[in-house]
Design a protein around this ligand. Structure first.
Ligand code: ADP
Length: 408
């Protein structure tokens, strides 16, 4: 079944066309600067290995969708002959609040509920609504499903998702831990359970999604027991430009000392902290690794090294804490941009973890700097399996969507 996966941002729209019977990715692309000057589409036909990039006016998401369909059905760069060959559309949705604990088919009632999620992720939710509307206009009557980044985390118990603030803030504003990257944690934990070869109900897995944004989850019996991101994606481990967990009292302290507004302090924690804030020069792990590889002669070495070591320290603490919560550990999984492409960080995290049953295989890790398939990096006699599993959120979205159509 051909499913069009759509990830709508406020001025962009990413898409993939996936055949869920064979797990084949036919085409992918992105429309950028929608509603602005110089909007353009970049389209890749994967099977034929073709690529096009061209400027084309798109005043809204509906026009972007029209252009996507034109490219998908183009005799040269396309991969289908008509829109009829797309059975349904699956949307990635960033925040489903407490309204959505699993994927769902779009109806008027669902759209009304999604409107209520605006408070949690205003820009994203508005963009998703525009994407859904754009698909309705371009492909009327085509089934659409929503797959939420927060849904997989909805299995957490109140003791994991509640903050020890006055209870009325939870009731009034829904302030609680929601977690993010749920589709990725769900995919890699399910893959890991398959590799472990035992029923998912019996598995205890820590999944480390480490990219620009990073989150770590304790997945016990196939359900999230805890996760490092919180009410917002700012919580948890150090990230590219986000600070992760800090003493909350630092916020009013800095605001007072630096005379900052709430918007300014928010900006500081989200966009100027993390790798960028500590290193002073980059939010990208590749730049930090290059400075570290140069050694102390590089003036950037010391702080680049500190930035990476803070992340290592954070991840180790989460693995330890989640092992305690689950009362055991079968596997640790690394995924996302850094997890899949930074062997140095994986080594730093996994060394000196014998107490937890982790015996690292340095040679296997070094042999797989950039991982494109599930790769074992723990020794054969390690009690805990450590794997790098490339994430595939789009495939999960496509499969969830296809399941709805099959049951229609
Ligand atoms: P996002 O959270 O924006 O989806 P990604 O998962 O793409 O981010 O992760 C971005 C991070 O992953 C960057 O720090 C980058 O250095 C690193 N990364 C991504 N691809 C590679 C690569 N091929 N080699 C080394 N590092 C990479």
């Amino acid at each position: 079944m051909n499913i069009l996966v759509v990830n709508a941002g406020s001025s962009s729209l990413k898409y993939q066309l996936i055949d869920t019977d064979t797990d084949t990715l036919y085409a992918k692309g992105i429309c950028e600067r929608i509603g602005g000057e110089g909007s353009l589409i970049e389209h890749k036909q994967i099977v034929k290995g073709l690529k096009v990039k061209k400027e084309s006016p798109m005043k809204d998401h509906a026009e972007a969708m029209k252009l996507v369909v034109e490219h998908l059905t183009d005799p040269e760069v396309g991969c289908i002959s008509s829109m009829d060959e797309i059975q349904a559309i699956g949307h990635r949705v960033v925040h489903g609040g407490t309204y959505f604990s699993k994927s769902i088919l779009v109806t008027d009632e669902v759209i009304a509920k999604l409107e209520k999620c605006r408070d949690f992720a205003p820009l994203h939710t508005v963009a998703h609504l525009m994407g859904i509307k754009g698909c309705m206009e371009t492909m009327p009557g085509k089934p659409q499903a929503l797959v939420f980044d927060t849904a997989f985390h909805q299995t957490m118990e109140p003791e994991a998702y509640m903050y020890a603030l006055p209870y009325e803030f939870y009731e009034k504003y829904g302030i609680r831990r929601y977690g993010m990257h749920g589709t990725s944690h769900r995919y890699v934990s399910a893959e890991m359970a398959k590799i472990l070869g035992k029923p998912i109900e019996e598995t205890k897995i820590v999944t480390c999604h480490i990219g620009n944004g990073s989150s770590i989850s304790a997945v016990m019996g196939g359900k999230v027991m805890d996760t490092s991101m919180g009410f917002t994606p700012l919580a948890g481990v150090e990230m590219g430009t986000r600070c992760g967990d800090i003493d909350p009292a630092i916020v009013p302290f800095i605001m007072e000392k630096e005379n900052l507004s709430t918007a300014e302090v928010n900006d500081l924690m989200n966009k100027k902290s993390g790798f960028l804030g500590i290193s002073g020069f980059s939010s990208d792990s590749r730049d930090l690794e290059a400075a570290i590889a140069d050694g102390p002669s590089n003036p950037k070495y010391e702080r680049a090294n500190l930035a990476v070591n803070i992340l290592k320290h954070n991840i180790k603490k989460y693995i330890g804490a989640y092992t305690a919560l689950m009362n055991g550990l079968d596997a640790v999984v690394f995924t996302a941009g850094i997890g899949e492409n930074n062997p140095h960080l994986r080594e730093l995290v996994c060394e000196d973890m014998e107490f937890f049953g982790i015996k690292f295989d340095k040679a296997a890790n070094d042999a797989a700097p950039h991982v494109s398939e599930n790769t074992k990096i723990s020794a054969s006699d390690s009690t805990v399996a450590v794997y790098v599993i490339p994430t595939n959120e789009e495939l999960v979205i496509a499969k969830d969507t296809a399941a709805f159509v099959e049951n229609m």
